[in-house]
Design a protein around this ligand. Sequence first.
Ligand code: GTP
Ligand code: MG
Length: 202
Amino acid sequence: AQVVQAEFVKSSVRTEDCPSDGLPEFALVGRSNVGKSSLLNSLVRRKRLALTSKKPGKTQCINHFRINDSWYLVDLPGYGYAAAPQELRTDWSKFTKDYFINRSTLVSVFLLIDASIPAKKIDLEYASWLGQNQIPMTLIFTKCDKRKKKKNGGKRPEENVSDFQKLIRGFFQTVPPWIMTSSVTNQGRDEILLHMAQLRNY
Ligand code: GTP
Ligand code: MG
C-alpha cells in the first residue's frame, strides 16, 4: 500500500472542474492548522508536495494529487479560520459541501481532528453534517505526539480522542473508523495507507 509516485494534478474551484478520469479519491478535511498538508506530505514521504498555506482560510481550491497513477489524495482548504471574512467562509462551506455530495469518485472523507486539544464546536458541527448526509468518513486524529499541556485543557491525546468519540456517537448509524496519527513521528502512516487500499478494493 506504499506510495511510489505522487504528483500534483490540478486545483479546481468547482466540483465540475475536478479530474474526470474516474479514479477513486480520498479528501483530507479539517480545521485550518489541524495538519492536513503535513499529513499529505507524510503519506507520500515528501516534504513539500502539498504547500503549507501561509494564509490559512484563504485557499478556495480543491487540490488533486495523483498517487501511483491509480488514485487521488485531495487537499481541501481548512475551515474555521476565524480571520477569514464571513462571506468567504459561507462560500467555502457551500463549495466543499457540493463536492462531498456530488463527487461520485469520492470513496471516503478523512476528517482530521487535533488530538492535542479538547473537541471544538466547529469540528462537532462538521462531523454532524457528514453523518446527517451519510458521507462515508474516516476520523484521523492528528498531533498525537504532543504531550498534554495545562493551557490546552490538560488532557493526553488519548483522552481527547475518547472524549471526541463520545461526543459524536449520536451522529452516525455505525461508528466511523478512526486512526491516531502524527506527522512528526509518522505514527499512523501505514495504517492510513492500508485503510485506503482496503476502501479502494471494496
Ligand atoms: P491550513 O493549510 O492552514 O488549512 O493548515 P493545515 O491543516 O494544512 O496544517 P499544516 O499541515 O500546515 O500544519 C499546521 C501546523 O501544525 C504546522 O506548524 C505543522 O508543523 C504543525 N503540525 C502538523 N502536523 C503535526 C503533528 O502531527 N504533530 C505536531 N507536533 N505538529 C504538527
Ligand atoms: Mg494546508
